[in-house]
Ligand binder design. Sequence first.
Ligand SMILES: Nc1nc2c(ncn2[C@@H]2O[C@H](COP(=O)(O)OP(=O)(O)OP(=O)(O)O)[C@@H](O)[C@H]2O)c(=O)[nH]1
Ligand SMILES: [Mg+2]
Length: 477
Amino acid sequence: MSPSIDIDPLALAIAPPLNETPQEREAREHAEAEATRISNEIDEQIRKERDRERKKRRPVKLLLLGQSESGKTATLKNFQLIYARREWLEERNAWRPVVFFNLVRNVNNILDLLNREMTSQHARRDTISSSDESSEDSQLPPLRFREKHRLLKLRLGPLKRVQTDLERRLGSTAVEPHTTSVTTAAPFEEGLNRPALQEFSINSSNGWKSALEKIKGMRHPRPDETEGSLRKVKDVDDEIAEVIAGCKDDIKAIWEDSTVRELLNRSKVRLEDTAGFFLNDVDRIAATNYQPSDDDVVRARLRTLGVQEYKFIFENGRTAGQEWRLYDVGGTRSTRAAWYPYFDDVSCFDEKLAEDRRVNRLEDSYLLWRSICSCKLLARTQIILFLNKCDLLQAKLQRGVRIRDSVPSFGDRRNDLSTATRYFQQHFREILKQYSPVQRSFFVHLTSVIDTRSTAATLGTVEESILRDHLRRADLM
Ligand SMILES: Nc1nc2c(ncn2[C@@H]2O[C@H](COP(=O)(O)OP(=O)(O)OP(=O)(O)O)[C@@H](O)[C@H]2O)c(=O)[nH]1
Ligand SMILES: [Mg+2]
C-alpha cells in the first residue's frame, strides 16, 4: 500500500524546503511574519470599515416639535412627498375623506355662526326695549338676513350628519381640543407631571396615521372580509361624495355671500387661516370623482395624538437606501414630549392657543424654545428652527395687522415681513445662545410648508445638514 495517502498536499506545498539553510530559514520566517501582519492589518481595516458603514447606516432620527397647528405633520408629508414618492402615491387617495371632512367642517362652522346670529337677532327683536345700548355690536347696523340665508341653512343641513359620520370614522384625531389642564409650555421642566402614558405611546392607536391606515384597510379588504362589507364602505364613501357634490352650489353661495362675510369679519373669524381650509377649492372637491392632489394632502388637517413614528428609506438621491425615522408629536400642551428639531409658526403673534385662550402663541413658542434649548438631554443634539406659515404672516401684515399691538417690544420697527422675521429670529437666536448648556449653531429656515416646491429646496438643505451631523457622530462613535 502507498504511504502517500496520509500526506496532506497543502502541508506538503507550504512545508519549508528540506535542504533550507539557517539564513534562508530566517528570511522565510521574517517574510511569513510580515505577510501575517499585513493580512491582519487588512482584516482590521475591513472590520473598521464595516463598523463605520453599519454606524452610518443607523437610521437618522428626526423629531418634529412645535405647537399644535404649527405645521409638523405638513412638514413630514413634504418629506414623504419628496423622498418616498411611491408610498406617497399609494397613500394619496386615502386622504380623500379627510379633505371632505375638512371642507364640511369649514361649512358647518359658518352654519353654526349663522345660526347663532340669526337666533340672537330674533331674541334681540323680541326684547328690543331692553337692548344694551353700550355694547359695541349695537353701534353697527344689524346684519340683514334674507330668505336666501334660511334656505341655505336648510339645504346645507345634511352636512352636519356627514361631519358626524366622518368624525366617527376618523376618530379623536379629527377633534380639535379647546381646553387643557396643562399650564406649562415647557415639556422638559423639572418635576413636570408627566401626562398619561397613553398620550405618548409611539404609534398611538388613535393618531392620524392609524386613522389613515383604517381608511386604507377599508379600501383593500383583508382576506377574511366579505365583498359585501367592502361594498358597504365604498358605498358610504361615494354617498358622502354625492351629498357634498349635491351641495356644491350652496357651499359656494354661503362662502361668497357678502352678509356672511361681514358676519365672519365682525366675529373675527378668518377661516382662510384655519387648519384644513378648503372653501376656495369647492369646484374641484365637491365632485363625485374627486381625487386629492399632492397639495390637498399637504393641506389636509388631522391632529396628531401622541407620537407617530414614520419610517422611510430614501428612494433616490445621494443617500438612497438610508433609513430615516421621523417622530411626529402632538403639539397641544398636553401632548408635548421629548422633542428635537423644532418647528414653529410665526404668523401667530396675535393669536391665542386653541387649547388655552389665555395664552399668546408667540409667548408660548418662546417658552417652548427655551425649554428645548436648555434641556441637558438634547445638549449635543442638532436643532433646526423652522419659522413656518410665513405666507400667513405676510397676508396678515398686508391686511394691516400691527405687530406692536400684540408685541409691544417690536416698537416702531417697519411692520413688514423681512423686519418681522428678522426680529423674531433674533429673539430665538438669543434664547438659544443664553440657554444652551453647550454652545451650538443656530440653524433657521423661514418656511411655508404648504408650498411643496420651495419646501423641497429647504428640506434638501436640512437633509444635507442633518446627514453631515449624523456622519460626524458616526465617526466619533
Ligand atoms: N397657510 C399655511 N398653512 C400651513 C402651513 N403649514 C401648515 N399649514 C396648515 O396648518 C394646518 C395644521 O398643520 P399640521 O401640520 O397639522 O400641524 P401640527 O403641527 O402637526 O399640529 P398638531 O398635530 O396638532 O401638533 C394644516 O391644515 C396645514 O396644512 C403654512 O406654512 N402655511
Ligand atoms: Mg400633527
